[in-house]
Design a protein around this ligand. Structure first.
Ligand SMILES: C[S@@+](CC[C@H](N)C(=O)[O-])C[C@H]1O[C@@H](n2cnc3c(N)ncnc32)[C@H](O)[C@@H]1O
Length: 247
């Protein structure tokens, strides 16, 4: 049995990856939202908006958002689910949840939301509890992605829908080249000057390259028993939205 996994381009003992990922997000938590806007030139807001459109939320739905970080996706979905609906915001990292919760308190937006610190690989929820489950820019940080996908399937009600929003593989080689230069030169430099943390943004660029491409992730979702698995590329495949339905 394999005893190591990747952390960016490094090979590390499986048990160490979660600890290292935690360290990254502990370090970036307070600058996370600012860095997202700077690094993507605001595009992450559009990607999240498209994801929320895609997952077809109706008023009253029970929704679980995994690896929520500071909670952008969850807040957007909560607006759609309305006062009868509920969104649970979860993350393995307490500091990221804390920053997001403070944001909700500052904006007076706590209704229809609750928080839970948990690992996407082992969810503390019963079978068939949710209408929708989402994970935005989180799956590539999870050590056992297959376990997380199986958990997403388990907690969904029959006909419930799962969505994975994640960095993926650019579809054209010229875009790929530009994107590589940007990721390995500009991003770490930006991380250094804005967040005083070059290493975490180097990890970001590397973790994206190690993440399964569009077709591989679609196959992993099928293996986790999702049906009707499809994906849509955004910004030339820099990001992809995968969806699957529980039969
Ligand atoms: C890049 S952030 C994404 C945050 C947010 N979903 C967004 O789109 O802005 C990745 C998040 O995944 C969380 N994470 C990493 N491993 C996790 C795991 N095994 N279970 C749950 N959350 C995890 C990190 O703590 C971090 O907050």
């Amino acid at each position: 049995m394999k005893k190591t996994t990747h952390f960016g381009f490094k090979e590390v003992p499986i048990k160490e990856k979660t600890y290292r990922v935690r360290k990254v997000f502990n370090s970036v938590a307070t600058r996370y939202d600012l860095m997202n806007d700077l690094m993507s030139a605001g595009l992450h807001r559009i990607w999240k908006r498209v994801a929320i459109e895609t997952i077809a939320i109706r008023p009253g739905m029970q929704i679980l958002d995994l690896a929520s970080g500071t909670g952008d996706l969850a807040r957007g979905m909560s607006r759609r689910a309305g006062s009868e609906g509920h969104v649970v915001i979860t993350d393995i990292n307490e500091r990221m949840l804390h920053v997001g919760r403070n944001k909700c308190i500052d904006n007076g937006k706590l209704k229809g939301l609750s928080w839970c610190q948990c690992d996407a690989e082992t969810l503390p929820y019963p079978n068939e509890a949710f209408d929708r489950v989402t994970i935005g820019f989180g799956l590539r940080n999870v050590t056992d992605k297959d376990a997380a996908l199986r958990e997403m399937h388990r907690i969904l009600k029959p006909t419930g829908k799962a969505l994975v929003l994640e960095f993926s593989k650019p579809v054209s080689s010229s875009l790929s080249q530009i994107y590589d230069i940007y990721s390995f030169s500009v991003l770490p430099a930006m991380g250094h000057f804005v967040a005083q943390d070059k290493e975490s943004y180097q990890y970001l660029a590397e973790s994206i390259r190690k993440h399964p491409d569009q077709d591989t992730l679609a196959e992993m979702m099928r293996e986790a028993d999702f049906g009707s698995v499809t994906y849509t590329n955004l910004t030339g495949g820099i990001v992809a939205i995968h969806t699957g339905v529980k039969a």
